[in-house]
Design a protein around this ligand. Structure first.
Ligand code: C5P
Length: 238
């Protein structure tokens, strides 16, 4: 289990991230998520900068391409010293296996290999859309579970999923297969555009191994206080 909630740094530039991080005590080492928006704006340098401040990074770029290309991209990502990164399970078992191999190959000696997780069906995809656009006749849940099994076969460490799916995913993979779950809202917080949200305590109870939290921290009046409250709830500290 990852004890710290992973904070989604959904900001348009490094400057906003810097301002945000200054709201935390300097010695508070965070686990942050860097997504496409900020990565495409600032490039890999933003990851190096966050690492130099002592923060752990989940690089959420959701790679999906031919195995050779993904493998080579993962070699580059491995050099950034991220703790977690990801691919789309839709790329297939061969692509995921190649991604993992690239990550291992590119990891400098003495450094831990980043955990590699898969995105199954995006939570923005409805069952109807999946069946129409992807010509998948199974249910959305069957597709998610199938992708999780493929990720496990490919030697990945887990998946990004809804906390509500974590239990079933563990059932078809293993208890130690990481279910990293966004869509987390402390009781009473604004839901925003998320449809199916759960509290940190419930996420833990129903099998999440790590939680990703964005706006409940980044948009809070006091982000550090909001972070501490979510962290305590996630860790069962009263
Ligand atoms: O602000 P909020 O807590 O909703 O942010 C959640 C973060 O997790 C965002 O960066 C969002 O893109 C990401 N995410 C998600 N649902 C997924 C995958 C990623 O909310 N299925």
């Amino acid at each position: 289990m990852i004890n710290r909630p992973i904070i989604a740094l959904d900001f348009p530039s490094k400057m906003e991230i810097d301002t945000f991080l200054k709201l935390f005590p300097a010695d508070e080492k965070l686990f942050v998520k860097v997504g496409m928006e900020i990565f495409y704006q600032e490039g890999p340098e933003v990851v190096r900068w966050l690492r130099s401040l002592g923060h752990d990074v989940f690089l959420d770029l959701k790679l999906h391409d031919i195995p050779n290309t993904v493998s080579r991209a993962m070699e580059r990502i491995a050099g950034l010293g991220v703790a977690i990164t990801n691919v789309h399970a839709a790329g297939g078992i061969e692509m995921m296996t190649a991604a993992k191999a690239g990550l291992v190959k590119g990891t400098p000696q003495g450094q831990a290999v980043a955990q590699l997780i898969a995105v199954t069906q995006l939570t923005s995809t409805s069952e109807e859309q999946m069946q129409h656009d992807q010509l998948i006749t199974a249910s959305l849940e069957e597709s998610v579970l199938n992708y999780a099994k493929c990720a496990k076969v490919a030697g990945l460490d887990g998946v990004v999923c809804s906390a509500l799916e974590a239990n079933k995913i563990h059932g078809v993979t293993s208890d130690d297969f990481m279910c990293l779950t966004p869509g987390i809202r402390p009781a009473g917080a604004a839901v925003g555009d998320q449809k199916r949200v759960v509290t940190p305590a419930l996420a833990k109870e129903i099998g999440s191994n790590a939680i990703v939290v964005g706006r409940p921290v980044t948009q809070a009046a006091n982000p550090y206080e909001a972070y501490q409250a979510i962290k305590n709830e996630w860790n069962g500290v009263k």
